[in-house]
Design a binder for this molecule. Sequence first.
Ligand code: GMT
Length: 383
Amino acid sequence: MDSAPLRLGIVCYPTFGGSGVVATELGRALAERGHAIHLFSYAPPARMDAFDERIHLHEVTVSSYPLFRYPPYDLALASRLAEVAEDAELDLVHVHYAIPHALAALLVKDLVRPRRFPVVTTLHGTDITVVGQDPSYRRVTRYALERSDAITCVSEFLRLQTLEVFAPSGPVHVIPNFVDTARFRPQCTAAVRTCFSPAGEPVLMHVSNFRPVKRAALAVEAFAHVAARTRATLVMVGDGPDRPACEARAQALGVKDRVRFLGAQAGVEHILPAADLFLLPSEYESFGLAALEAMACGVVPVATRAGGLPEVVRHGVDGLLVEGDVVAGMSEQALALLGDPPRLRAMKRAAREAAEVRFARAPIVDRYEAVYRGVLGRAPAHA
Ligand code: GMT
């Protein structure tokens, strides 16, 4: 592969959410390879190191004006992107999440003419399944896909959904998410493990942004069934709209003293390895990066068979997938596994191995680089 360094723009949301994590980790990996990375977001991404001299962060600010009932973030982003595209001579921009990032980037194509400004769009899920299908955004999402120079998505499931709903004329490349297995590994301090499991009891964990799609309360319910049969702890990491309901559910089910709510945590890689099982009862996941990060830490995911999750978790090998009654399925499978220590140990090893072999960082970053170089090596798709 051509290895000349590239000057790349990356646009993402900064919040605790998979798309921002993938964009930030990709930026870090590309910077380590010597590419110049310019990251655009409305705040420093949650996963970005406080100071990383290899990555230029461009915080996009939106000025308020009495007429602006809805401050136009996409226009502020386009202006900033255009400035940096010219000043830093960006080769291309890679946007994560179609709305509004891809549209802002497409506007920049016109703003910086005659400079060429290819746009690579990565779809992460809800930009297609929820936001993109909202009648208010459907047409512009279709336009964004049609006009991007390359489209990637994070699972085969999401690719099929994209084809079904938007039928873009160009290819949609599947590039799965990856995990930094040096950072996410099956090791934590004894203090962390002891804090959750003072008497050596099993630790179950859930990490999310507590949006309704995560159905975090089902993790509490499944745990209550487990806790009725064996001594265990549930650790809930993250924050979001459903957290109060989860706390209320733990109280109502009589397990409040066995459930720890930690709130949003920047260093989740230090906490995850303390768990034995990772509960992910999501209604839908285009991929399920949280499950993959748990696997890299040697934690066995117990997740719903939804969306792209079966592409990440192989049932009975490196995790467990449930269908139908989620609470009954999760609690029964969790109890069976906790009651069989040799099988639990084998699955923990398999989970780590899956992260190392199937979702290793280097070959997946190679695939993004190949997309960039493919775009740069061919004639512009749209004049
Ligand atoms: O799931 C979220 O709340 C965040 C969301 C996002 O757009 O940041 O995550 C999506 O992208 C992740 C990274 O590709 C995937 O691992 C998640 O499965 C996906 N979330 C959904 O599909 C609900």
